[in-house]
Design a protein around this ligand. Structure first.
Ligand code: FAD
Length: 444
């Protein structure tokens, strides 16, 4: 039995082999699959995407401590995983460096992380890495099934009398089916279906601004821009505007100098219901996208307008990167937080973005998914108590979610001195182990 009283240890006490159905096959789902498979449990990932592999958006991830820990624990592919950034710096409108701090951070790409996880989870071959030999002693099964849009879950008793969960899915071809799980993990992102089923009142809300995103190949940037931005995490703040850049691995995950990518995230305000928002979120085929405008689909006229604004508002190095990107994409910044992450007596769990969809300023989404996966596995293995698992997971979700909202308000809607933004950014870099969560964040 998993769950129960506050100090009850996890299922590891029983050493029973369980079948986990993980809904969502992005980084959170794969992290959970890797962690549970290594414990010897059987796992099935159901991913709604109709194709076997998720299509990357070609963008970057700041690899926080928990992402690195996860890879150290479960990645057996022998290849570099990230590009180092050696300093954090801020530019003024003319492109001069006005503040600089030495700080080593690890920057990677979503696609390299995804393919490393797939190679280690279910042996997917790709140009990114060799598939490692299976060296986990007696691993559980690792099954990844695409084109499985999960639509419902229902309690179903097991022979033991304890409840399990039946998970229902539909395919894009109209097929329907179900699969039985001892425990279901909702790793299905900020618009989570599993969360809607167990917590229907939680809403995902637009925050009033978007992140315009993209990359420029390092060798396509001017000498001046390369000198300023390579291997440094670079920021600019202006009224209603924040932009940052960092270097990430290039094609097929290469970290070879010259072939890497300069990744940018450019936050700019598009008030709810405004014409500008409609324009930037309507794609080149006339379809209004709600949250994400995928790479290659931006309306050329809308993008041209943003290029012009970028030249007017941004330091020259940033304007060059934004204007030079060939496949921009747009993410509406949203807020969503589930009040809980454990339902049906521990038979349904939410992790990662399904639990708390952070604003990107926190650079913590992938770390959250990695941490949630690892501590859940430790709980299942009996290494941490239920109370500790809940405190740590909910504390992180609630506290960092609020931090993201505060940072976004500061950078998009307030006219603050640069020192305040630097302070916010430094606070956001606190290692998770050193965070002190207030009582409201850990209460359950
Ligand atoms: C294709 C893709 C590309 C991304 N690229 C970047 C990037 O470049 N940079 C960055 O910072 N972040 C990126 N993200 C977001 C990043 O992965 C997350 O913010 C973070 O890692 C937490 O991941 P998650 O697995 O909890 O949620 P998500 O990454 O949002 O994954 C949720 C997954 O669940 C699947 N899903 C949703 N509903 C259902 C359902 N009903 N049934 C079955 N499956 C379902 C979705 O298709 C998706 O694969 C990307 C996400 C995706 C899906």
């Amino acid at each position: 039995m998993v769950g129960g009283s506050a100090d009850q240890p996890g299922a590891g006490q029983n050493r029973e082999k369980l079948h986990f159905v993980i809904v969502g096959g992005s980084l959170g789902g794969l992290a959970t699959g890797l962690a549970l498979k290594a414990l010897g449990h059987d796992t099935t990932i159901l991913e709604r995407n109709p194709k076997p592999l998720l299509q990357d958006q070609g963008a970057g991830i700041v690899a926080g401590g928990d992402t690195l820990d996860l890879l150290n624990r479960y990645n057996r592919c022998d290849r570099p995983f990230a590009v180092n950034s050696y300093a954090r710096q801020y530019l003024d409108r003319d492109g001069n460096i006005v503040h600089k701090e030495e700080m080593v951070q690890r920057m990677t790409s979503w696609d390299l992380t995804y393919y490393l996880m797939r190679a280690n989870y279910d042996g997917v071959k790709s140009p990114y890495c060799e598939v490692p030999d299976n060296t986990v002693p007696e691993p559980g099964s690792a099954v990844h099934i695409h084109d499985r849009n999960v639509t419902d879950i229902r309690k179903e008793p097991k022979d033991s009398g304890e409840d399990g969960v039946r998970v229902f899915w539909k395919s894009s071809q109209g097929d329907e089916g179900s699969i039985f799980a001892d425990i279901v993990v909702g790793a299905d992102g900020p618009s989570s279906t599993i969360r809607k089923l167990v917590q229907p009142k939680v809403e995902r809300k637009y925050a009033g601004y978007c992140a315009l995103r993209g990359t420029l190949k390092e060798d396509e940037a001017s000498e001046e821009t390369r000198k300023t931005c390579c291997e440094r995490f670079t920021f600019f703040h202006g009224p209603g505007v924040q932009i940052l850049t960092y270097l990430i691995p290039g094609k097929d995950g290469t970290v070879e100098p010259g072939k890497r990518l300069i990744n940018f995230v450019y936050y700019t305000n598009f008030p709810e219901g405004s014409e500008e928002l409609e324009e930037i979120m309507t794609d080149c085929e006339g379809r209004r996208r709600t949250i994400t405008m995928p790479p290659g689909m931006t309306d050329p006229n809308a993008w041209e307008k943003q290029r012009k604004l970028a030249r007017e508002r941004l330091p020259p190095q940033f304007a060059e990167i934004v204007c030079g990107t060939k496949r921009p994409f747009v993410q509406a910044v949203t807020d969503v937080l589930s009040p809980e992450h454990e339902y049906w007596g521990g038979k349904v769990i939410l992790i990662g973005d399904a639990l708390a969809g952070f604003r990107p300023h926190t650079v913590a989404s992938t770390s959250q998914a990695a941490f949630d996966a690892m501590i859940f596995a430790d709980y299942i293995d009996g290494k941490v108590s239920r109370e500790e698992w809940k405190k740590q997971t909910l504390g992180f979700a609630r506290y960092i979610q609020k931090r993201g909202v505060d940072m976004g308000e500061h950078s998009q809607h307030m006219d603050l001195p640069l020192a305040d933004h630097i302070h916010d950014r430094n606070v956001a870099s606190t290692p998770r182990e050193e965070e002190v969560y207030p009582d409201w964040a850990t209460a359950f």
